[in-house]
Structures are given as C-alpha cells and as structure tokens.
Design a protein around this ligand. Structure first.
Ligand code: ADP
Length: 270
C-alpha cells in the first residue's frame, strides 16, 4: 500500500493539494489491488488445464491398455490444450490492452453487414444447440473502427447467447440507428443472469456459474474484452437480464459521417 501525505492544517491550497494527492494514491492502490487479483486469477485459471493435461498423460503412461483408451486420453489432452491456448490468447489481448499497446484500425465498417456475417458464421453452433438464430439488419449502419475486432465482439456475444440458452430458445441480433447512434443488440431467451451478478459480468474471470462456463468452453474473459473493444471505439455496452427469461446486451456506437449523407445533402444536390 502507498503511504498517505499528512494533510497540513494551514493554507487552504496546500490542504487541497494534499487531499487530491491522497485521492490519487488511493486510486493507485485500488489499481494495484486489481492487478494483483488478475495475476492470481490468471495463474489459477492456467493451472486447471495444465493439471488436467498432466493427469491425463499420467493415466496414459501408467496403464497398459487398449488403443481406444489412448485415443480417448489424446482427445482430452487436445481439448485441454485448446482451452489453454484460448486462455493464453485472451490474456495476451488484455495484457496489450493494459499496456495501451493494442493497435486499432480506423476504417468505415458496415455494422449491419457485420451482424449478418456473424450470424452466418454462428449458424452451425445454433443448429448444434437447437437454438433459433436470426438477424434483423435492414438499414445501412456505418461506424468507424476496426472491423476484425468488431466482428469478434458480435461473435462473442452471439456465442454466449447460444451457449446460455436452452434448446428451443431464440437468439436475435439487431442493428439500426437510434438517436443518431449506431445500435447493436443481442437478445436471447436463455437462462438469464441474476440481479446480483449483473454489475459484474464485464469483470475479468467473473462467471455466474463456473462449472457451466468451463464446460461450455468459456475463459471468463470474453465480456471484458468485448467491453474494452467497445470503449476503445467510443461506445457503450450494457446488459439487462431476467433469470429464466433471457438477456439483452446493447451496444451503442458513434455513427460514421457518410460523405453526402450529412444534413447539407439537400443543398449540394441542387
Ligand atoms: P465466459 O467465457 O465464461 O462465457 P464471459 O466473459 O463471456 O465469459 O461471460 C461472463 C459470464 O457472464 C459467463 O460466465 C456467464 O455466467 C455470464 N453470461 C454472459 N453472457 C450470458 C448470456 N447471454 N446469458 C446468461 N449468462 C451470460
């Protein structure tokens, strides 16, 4: 913990300075605490698949069994290694984000086309999970930003929606323009999120149900990466949810100024 500056009695300005300084130190302390927590959580999460790989390898080495057993063990080792790979990939993304090292493209991106593409990509998972996936993206919606990262955002939200929705449910992706902002919503009729968990779902490694999330292949980092990408684009993301009813993730982004689509369009057309 950082030490506080003694606040002198005299002189208003010096006193204010000391108080401001102490507030800054307090927020630094909070930042260090978050960082320590993140490192501890990351170590814990990394240990799980490593321990699994090790015990699987021990099984394979210790028993003289049928080839099928080896196949089974190798399949499990492969999927645990994939988990480990995903975790490392997400941790690297966040490490670059923290350093402020991540580079972002700044190009026009059609959010409506992006949503349609993401839905097409996720169709196989939707079928696998017997969840109905649809998209409503009728009007052109253009934002400025990094297309690859925005695709990652939508894929992440749709994947969560599919994973946390029971067979027979619905997932809808919607884009549009509202109050001069680009809007993207991912709605599901899934298991929902309890009120007390809602403020925390964007935190790193936060999961409402660790077992279910792990079984579904989640790293617990997806939403914190999504939030970081949206904030870097000057946007906001929020979530509304009712347990057993479903969840709604809403993103709002600044619209790109289209040449010829400004208020002056009527004048120049003459
Ligand atoms: P994970 O990799 O575990 O899915 P995320 O950061 O993407 O991690 O999400 C954090 C947690 O928020 C999840 O573990 C889950 O508990 C909850 N969550 C996210 N999306 C949904 C959703 N659409 N419906 C219900 N719960 C959700």
């Amino acid at each position: 913990l950082t030490q506080r500056v003694p606040v002198p009695r005299a002189q208003d300005e010096v006193q204010r300075l000391a108080l401001t300084f102490n507030e800054m130190l307090a927020s630094l302390d909070a930042m260090f605490a978050r960082q320590r927590r993140f490192t501890a959580d990351a170590a814990h999460e990394l240990r799980t698949p490593v321990a699994a790989i090790r015990s699987l390898a021990e099984v394979a080495l210790s028993e003289r069994s049928e080839p099928e057993m080896y196949m089974h063990v190798l399949q499990n080792i492969t999927s645990e290694s994939e988990r480990l790979g995903e975790l490392i990939r997400d941790l690297l993304v966040l490490a670059r984000a923290d350093e402020g090292q991540a580079s972002f493209e700044h190009e026009p991106v059609r959010l409506d086309l992006l949503a349609q593409g993401a839905v097409a990509t996720m169709e196989h998972l939707a079928q696998e999970r017997a969840v109905h996936l649809s998209v409503q993206a009728r009007e052109q919606v253009q934002v400025m930003g990094d297309e690859a990262r925005l695709i990652q955002v939508v894929l992440n939200l749709v994947e969560n929606a599919l994973v946390y929705t029971n067979p027979g449910g619905n997932v809808t992706v919607e884009t549009g323009i509202e109050q001069e902002r680009a809007i993207l919503r991912v709605r599901d009729t899934g298991i929902g999120i309890a009120h007390e968990h809602l403020p925390h779902v964007f935190e790193r490694f936060y999961r409402t149900d660790k077992a279910r999330s792990r079984a579904a292949g989640g790293t617990g980092l997806g939403l914190s990466i999504v939030e970081w990408i949206i904030h870097t684009h000057g946007g906001t993301i929020d979530v509304q949810s009712q347990p057993e009813q479903g969840s709604l993730f809403s993103i709002s982004l600044p619209l790109a100024r289209l040449p010829g689509a400004s208020e002056g369009e009527g004048d120049t057309a003459k």
